[in-house]
Design a protein around this ligand. Sequence first.
Ligand code: CU
Length: 158
Amino acid sequence: MKVYRILASFLALATVAAFYGCGGSEVANGGSSDQLVITGNDQMRFSPTEFSVEAGSEVTLVFRNVGRMPKETMGHNLAILEQGTDVNGFASAAQRHRDNEHIAPEMEDKVIAATRVLGPGEEETLTFTAPSEPGDFPFVCSFPGHTQAGMVGTMKVE
Ligand SMILES: [Cu+2]
C-alpha cells in the first residue's frame, strides 16, 4: 500500500512510540532528515507552502495534521494538482464529496496525488512520480472552505 497512516494525537507520546516500535513501519519522527514533511494546522495553513522536486523523480511526502480540532470540522487533506488547475473550482466541486475524501470524482484526472482527509494528529505518506516537465503545480486542502481560506501551496518541479 502506498498509503500509511498513523493514529493519534491525544494519546501520550509513549503510546505513539510504542506503535512505531512494534509496527515496523518506516515513517517516524526523527527519521531521515531529508524527508519531505508538510503539516496542516487549525489555522488552515500548510507548512511549508512550497517545496521542490526533481522532474520525473520518485517522491515520498508525509502530510501531517498537527491541529487539535475534530476531523468533522477541521479535517485536512493534501491534493497535488495538475499544472494550471483552477484550485477554487476544484475545491468547490469537492465540497459535497465527503464520502470521497473531498475529491470530486469528475476531477480526479486533475489529481497527481492526494491523501484522504486526516483528523488531528494523523498523518499519511504519499508516494508518487513527479511530473516529467518542470513547472509549478498547485496543492490544496479541499476540505470545505479551506482552499478558499488560503490552504494552498506550490510544488515546484525542477
Ligand atoms: Cu484543510
